[in-house]
Design a protein around this ligand. Structure first.
Ligand SMILES: Cc1cc2nc3c(=O)[nH]c(=O)nc-3n(C[C@H](O)[C@H](O)[C@H](O)COP(=O)(O)OP(=O)(O)OC[C@H]3O[C@@H](n4cnc5c(N)ncnc54)[C@H](O)[C@@H]3O)c2cc1C
Ligand SMILES: NC(=O)c1ccc[n+]([C@@H]2O[C@H](COP(=O)([O-])OP(=O)(O)OC[C@H]3O[C@@H](n4cnc5c(N)ncnc54)[C@H](O)[C@@H]3O)[C@@H](O)[C@H]2O)c1
Length: 474
């Protein structure tokens, strides 16, 4: 049986980071992936195709809306052409995740589904068993498909099938108002579908700051039909037409749907791993349970990425992967911390999230300060006619930045400055002291942080001391 220092199961964002990192430090590494190609969900069914589709949809939307300048666009959207463009983005990035690139690093790549034979021995479909001194599980997640009666008859779309649709559904109902549902709902709406989002909870984007949730919903409602507190009871099909049945406060409603899109969360890919043969514990949803060093209850078996049920993001899988490289190879106990993980939701306008929401910050820190700027106070957004949105920086009473949230055109890019500031231990006053080239979008951070000095100067002791000094100064 072939022996490895590290066996990595799953060739997505987390697994590729671990495989490349451990191999570059001299370990003998095996990477096992069940698909024919590497890259995982993010590349094939997630981040990359969704962002390519969103961009195409935004272009179509803008082309249609330039009639205000006397330019008129007409015609139907050719979804096959859009899918081809999406596929081109995947193919381009696939080169970076090419199997040969990993083989050139000295990694043995096995294509086939993996499962545990023992806590060190891995079975791989179509191959002989291999031995791993350390094993890293990075098998990701897949769409959760709740047992809603009727779905088998009506069929449904998920992110795994959405990027291969032949025609644009006329009436499209999304079940689930989280990031997957909303990013794609807005994209399909901008391409021309009539879209409804049914969300079980009281708010869209359940993890966001309350003000952001409200602003995002207000903006989305201008383009989509958004229904919250909706309990979907069943789907049905009559005379070739699909229907979604739901209730709000016991009141029953029905929606027509050409297609139904399920976006109701994720399920970890652990069911075929035979974790019981290795004695690895899972939580009640099937995630591999890990401690803050990303070790499972079996100390030489680690889990990174979606499969451990932490935060479901590519950059988190990468961050966890980097941590595991050191813990697995050198037996270190480096811990992960999720306190300052940012994420962006690629709606138009974009939503940026960094750290605690206002409610969470209040609960954890008690007294907090909020520095908020509406984007209509920032010249560049006014010039762009993109004044929808705001930025909100939350600090403690001494100006230490706790967290930041924003909704606005390109927020995911220009808010990065705040992340750097926090990592470098800067306070909100330091953000105000930077020079911002006029008129850029990041000036929204300048505007919000200027409020800190304004409050200090105009209401505080500094102004009184200054007044006295000016009177005495000759
Ligand atoms: C529509 C959508 C949009 C998203 N957009 C973003 C975004 O914009 N930004 C962001 O940060 N995140 C985004 N995400 C989340 C992101 O895709 C995931 O968090 C990320 O892919 C997780 O990486 P991973 O390595 O844990 O799993 P994956 O990338 O899914 O990799 C797991 C790999 O394991 C393989 N595998 C599974 N079981 C086995 C087995 N038994 N044997 C061998 N191989 C196996 C799978 O085939 C897969 O290749 C999005 C997700 C979706 C669905
Ligand atoms: N831009 C990004 O970074 C990005 C984009 C997409 C996805 N993701 C990642 O993928 C994860 C999964 O996204 P998601 O949107 O599938 O999951 P989610 O758990 O974030 O949201 C699912 C939503 O569906 C609702 N829901 C659940 N069951 C329902 C039902 N029966 N009827 C109606 N609504 C129901 C939930 O209340 C929730 O609001 C995200 O948490 C995020 O980490 C990231």
């Amino acid at each position: 049986m072939k022996q490895y220092d590290v066996v990595v199961i799953g060739g997505g964002a987390g697994g590729l980071t671990v495989a490349a990192g451990t191999a570059s430090l001299g370990a003998k590494v095996a990477l096992v992936e069940k698909r024919e190609d590497l890259g995982g969900d993010c590349l094939h069914f997630g981040c990359v195709p969704s962002k390519a589709l969103i961009e195409a949809a935004n272009e179509v939307y803008h082309a249609r809306s330039v009639s205000t300048y006397g330019v008129h666009a007409s015609g139907e959207v050719d979804l096959k052409a859009i899918n081809a463009r999406v596929k081109a983005s995947i193919d381009h990035i696939q080169e970076h995740d090419d199997i040969n690139r990993f083989k050139d690093m000295g990694i043995d790549v096995y294509i086939g589904g993996a499962s545990f034979h023992t806590d060190h021995e891995i079975e791989i479909e179509g191959h002989e068993n291999i031995y791993g001194k350390r094993i890293v599980i990075s098998t990701g997640s897949r769409p959760n498909t709740p047992p809603i009666p009727g779905l088998e008859e009506t069929g449904y779309i998920t992110n795994e099938t959405a990027f291969n649709l032949d025609t644009l559904p006329k009436k499209l109902v999304f079940i689930g108002g989280g990031p997957i549902g909303l990013e794609l709902a807005q994209a399909y709406s901008r391409l021309g579908s009539e879209v409804t989002v049914l969300e079980a909870g009281p708010y869209l984007l359940g993890k966001e700051d309350r003000d952001i949730q409200k602003a995002a919903q207000d903006m989305l409602e201008k383009e989509l039909n958004v229904i919250t507190n909706a309990r979907v009871s069943k789907t049905s099909r009559q005379n070739g037409q699909n229907y979604v049945h739901y209730s709000i406060d016991e009141e029953e409603y029905v929606l027509e749907a050409d297609s139904i899109f399920l976006a109701v969360g994720r399920k970890p890919n652990t069911d075929t791993l035979k974790l019981e043969n290795a004695g690895v514990s899972m939580d009640e949803k099937g995630h591999v349970q890990v401690d803050d060093t990303l070790r499972s209850n079996v100390p030489h078996i680690f889990a990174v990425g979606d499969v451990n049920g932490g935060l479901y993001f590519t950059h988190v899988a990468g961050y966890e992967g980097k941590t595991v490289v050191q813990n697995a190879l050198y037996g270190l106990r480096r811990k992960v911390s999720y306190d300052h993980i940012p994420w962006n939701t690629y709606l138009t306008p974009e939503v940026f999230h960094f750290g605690l929401t206002q409610d969470e910050a209040q609960e954890k820190h008690g007294d907090i300060m909020i520095y908020k700027t509406e984007l209509d106070q920032v010249d560049r957004f006014v010039a762009d006619h993109a004044t929808n949105g705001f930025i909100k920086i939350i600090t403690d009473t001494k100006g230490k930045i706790i967290s930041a949230h924003a909704i606005g055109k390109g927020a995911g890019d220009w808010m990065q400055t705040v992340i750097l500031a926090v990592q470098k231990g800067m306070k909100i006053g330091d953000l105000s002291n930077m020079i911002y080239p006029y008129p850029n979008h990041t000036a929204s951070i300048e505007n919000a942080s200027n409020q800190y000095w304004r409050a200090k100067l105009f209401n505080g002791k500094i102004q009184k001391i200054s007044e006295k000094f000016i009177k005495l100064f000759r």
